[in-house]
Design a protein around this ligand. Structure first.
Ligand code: D5M
Ligand code: FE
Ligand code: ZN
Length: 481
């Protein structure tokens, strides 16, 4: 304990006072130079009143940080896969999954006027068409050869093959992801077959933002990797303590969102045990619980898993199971959700996704990279799907319903996974990649991945103004936007 704090406590105790633990927490975070003056004045005041306990209220009143009770903190979970996960097995499961994906996205694209001219793949078979028509489906093949791109789309009736000659359109086609849904404007080719004249993505409309009535703030975090040697425990603990400080932004925080990789996990990569300071999931989650416990109880905390957390690896992931840590589940201000989830914070809609699919997408898409995760996030929004590519590194479970289709249009899109804190906007949606609280690992260094850890992003849910706190000692480590 700091000597100034010991002095202040002894002063009060010697005068016959008790100090409530919540008051102690506040004292711990007060500027040490002010401690003596604060404690002496409170002791004098309360002695006059013949009340010999110093509680949270006394300190908050003294410091002028009494909670603003007009700040709402209403959380509604709008979508959470945890209780919907069924795991249909085998081929039947995948057929159901893709047919659900197709149907959901076709419904989304039906809002567009062109969709009136939609034909099924089977109905086109060998027919010569006079006017332009549209087909839609999931991309199953995409080939570029000798200045021509060939695409195959699949819908429930069968498959459609079309050719693209236009150079610009070939570039667009080059950014299509396998298994992504797309609508194509087509015409008959001279000899036989079809030419693709345009490609239309589901995308989303520019729309008015939902706003919180009061200026409550939400904090966006992810990729803590608690239990790892590289978890920035001291910095994270400083940030969590800051939430209880008299800082005007801290006083208004009502939500903390954690977008996955809460813990580093066990057996996630070869020889991981050599890089762990906590060797079991239980130990790691206990540490997470202890850190989260420092957050004031009037702050709602939403916890979503990532690929390092326990539960299951495949998407969609259920919430971190209670059996590994009942403490988190039992806390009144903690809400455990699956990955992905959609929550409403005072009416502001936040879509949360850990971001596993980014790995597959940056590998196969020209122009996208780990350095600009928000560009990948835009790609996902245009595709209206969180993890289009099936059968690559990101495991996807054979659910009967495709829970990764982006059905609700969010006001904020919160993703993590790539350990680069970055902000951007797309069609009025605030894009937040919440970075990490883990220093660069030897693996990341070996593949040339440079994280910018230790940055906490905060958003005013009424004005959408963004603040951040940077706990990194490295000056190059800045928030990207
Ligand atoms: O992932 C942190 C980052 O490291 C994320 O951008 C993916 C990348 N990563 C992790 N493992 C691999 C492998 N095996 N190959 C390529 N890139 C990888 P995290 O989920 O925190 O481990
Ligand atoms: Fe991570
Ligand atoms: Zn991750």
């Amino acid at each position: 304990m700091k000597k100034e704090l010991t002095f202040a406590l002894n002063y009060a105790l010697n005068k016959g006072f008790q100090i409530h633990p919540d008051a102690f927490k506040i004292l711990e975070n007060v500027d040490v130079r002010k401690l003596e003056k604060i404690i002496k004045e409170i002791v004098r005041e309360k002695t006059k009143q013949k009340l010999f306990q110093i509680n949270q209220d006394d300190l908050e009143t003294y410091l002028g940080i009494k909670e603003d009770s007009s700040l709402q903190s209403e959380v509604k979970v709008l979508s959470d896969p945890t209780n919907k996960i069924t795991s249909g097995e085998g081929v039947k499961g995948y057929n159901a999954l893709f047919s659900s994906r197709f149907n959901k996205l076709k419904r989304i694209i039906s809002d567009r006027p062109e969709s009136k001219m939609l034909k099924s793949a089977a109905s086109l078979k060998n027919a010569k068409i006079e006017d332009d028509l549209y087909v839609c489906g999931l991309v199953t093949t995409r080939n570029s050869e000798r200045n021509i791109t060939k695409i195959v789309l699949e819908d429930p009736s069968g498959s459609f093959e079309g050719i693209i000659f236009d150079e610009e359109l070939q570039k667009t086609a080059g950014t299509l992801l396998l298994d992504q849904f797309v609508m194509a404007r087509i015409g008959s080719a001279k000899n036989s077959g079809y030419i693709i004249k345009d490609l239309v993505l589901p995308d989303l409309p520019e729309q008015a933002k939902n706003k919180s009535e009061s200026e409550a703030y939400a904090v966006f975090l992810s990729d803590l990797h608690i239990g790892s040697k590289y978890f920035m425990e001291e910095e994270f603990s400083d940030f969590v303590s800051w939430i209880s400080s008299p800082d005007p932004v801290a006083r208004r925080i009502r939500f903390v969102l954690i977008g996955g990789d809460v813990v580093d996990g066990v057996g996630i990569y070869p020889n991981q045990n050599k890089e762990l300071v906590c060797q079991t999931i239980q130990e790691q989650l206990k540490k997470a619980e202890d850190l989260i416990d420092k957050i004031p109880k009037n702050v709602k905390i939403i916890i979503m898993p990532g690929n390092h957390d326990p539960g299951r690896r495949a998407l969609p992931q259920p919430a971190i199971p209670k059996k590994y840590n009942s403490g988190l589940w039992e806390r009144e201000n903690v809400i455990m959700v699956g990955n992905p989830s959609v929550v409403s914070l005072n009416g502001v809609i936040v879509s949360m996704f850990h971001g596993q699919s980014i790995d597959d997408i940056v590998k196969t898409t020209p122009g996208l990279s780990y350095d600009h995760p928000t560009n990948v996030m835009k790609h996902l929004l245009r595709a209206r799907h969180l993890s289009p590519i099936y059968g690559s590194q990101t495991p996807i479970a054979p659910e009967m319903e495709d829970l990764l289709v982006i059905q609700d249009i969010p006001d904020i899109f919160h993703v993590g996974h790539v350990h680069r804190a970055q902000l951007d906007m797309y069609k009025g949606i605030l894009l937040v990649n919440s970075g990490s609280w883990q220093k660069q690992t030897p693996f990341q260094a070996s593949v040339g991945m440079t994280p910018n850890p230790g940055i906490a992003i905060m958003v005013n849910l009424k004005t959408f103004q963004v603040f951040h706190q940077n706990y990194s000692s490295n000056l190059d480590n800045v928030l990207q936007s």
